[in-house]
Write a protein that binds this ligand. Structure first.
Ligand code: A5P
Length: 233
């Protein structure tokens, strides 16, 4: 078992019958979806809400019953990866381009468990480019405003074309190199008209971080947004 899978399997052990589970996106979250699928085939009864069309396809193939966002009343547990986790447990996400739906799930879940391998732990966020989802309309002005915040912006390209998110928008990858004040930068990006969402997730959203290691061991770290006791009830 590799590090990502070890973290994913541990997170999935917190799932119980009757829960509604937010399904993340990316390679680590895919291990969680596989593990949930396995438990469903063994009799676990849950509903899933997918953070991307890719995860939706994986989940339905794995036999997980899915509910659309429009029908979700509350989400018990959201399990997803991250590109970077800083020492205060703020996250940088969006490497897979699913940041908008991911942030909606993180914000609306009773409990958010972040699953990572140890390479994702950093002192300060920003080495990994920050994904910002923007409307295609007036993107030139939006990009200029992002650049004014001190980043080097690049329109994400996939297969030689602009990458289009599941919501029909573009992703601008912003090289900040070092993000000193996560909350301040996130607020400044949000203030730009044309920005839909950015990949900075405040530590207040994070309930637990599970770090996986190559030998299959895991370390569980309680996050600032930990409401584990209410989540268990
Ligand atoms: C998807 O949009 C991202 O937020 C992922 O959670 C993040 O990129 C981590 O992906 P991996 O698990 O593939 O490293």
């Amino acid at each position: 078992m590799n590090a990502k899978q070890a973290a994913a399997e541990k997170a999935v052990s917190y799932i119980h019958d009757g829960m509604t589970i937010g399904l993340g996106s990316g390679t680590t979250a895919s291990f969680a979806i596989d593990a949930i699928g396995r438990r469903v085939r063994e009799g676990l009864s849950i509903n899933g809400v997918a953070s991307s069309l890719r995860s939706e396809a994986l989940a339905s193939k794995a036999g997980i019953r899915l509910v659309p966002f429009s029908e979700v009343k509350s989400i018990d547990l959201y399990i997803d990866g991250a590109d970077e986790v800083d020492k205060d447990f703020n996250l940088l996400k969006g490497g897979g381009g699913a940041l908008l739906r991911e942030k909606i799930l993180a914000y609306n879940s009773k409990m958010f468990i972040v699953i990572i391998d140890s390479a994702k732990l950093v002192d300060t966020l920003g080495k990994f480019k920050l994904a910002v989802e923007v409307t295609p309309f007036a993107m030139e002005l939006t990009i200029q405003n992002l650049e004014n915040l001190g980043c080097l912006p690049n329109i994400r390209i996939e297969n030689g074309k602009h990458y289009i998110t599941d919501n029909g928008n573009l992703v601008i990858d912003c090289a900040f190199n070092m993000i000193k004040d996560v909350q301040k930068l996130s607020a400044s990006i949000h203030a730009i008209p044309g920005v839909v969402e950015n990949g900075l997730f405040a530590n207040s959203m994070v309930g637990k971080i599970i770090v996986g290691y190559e030998d299959g061991q895991v370390r569980e770290i309680e996050g600032r947004g930990n409401n584990f006791s209410s989540f268990r009830d």
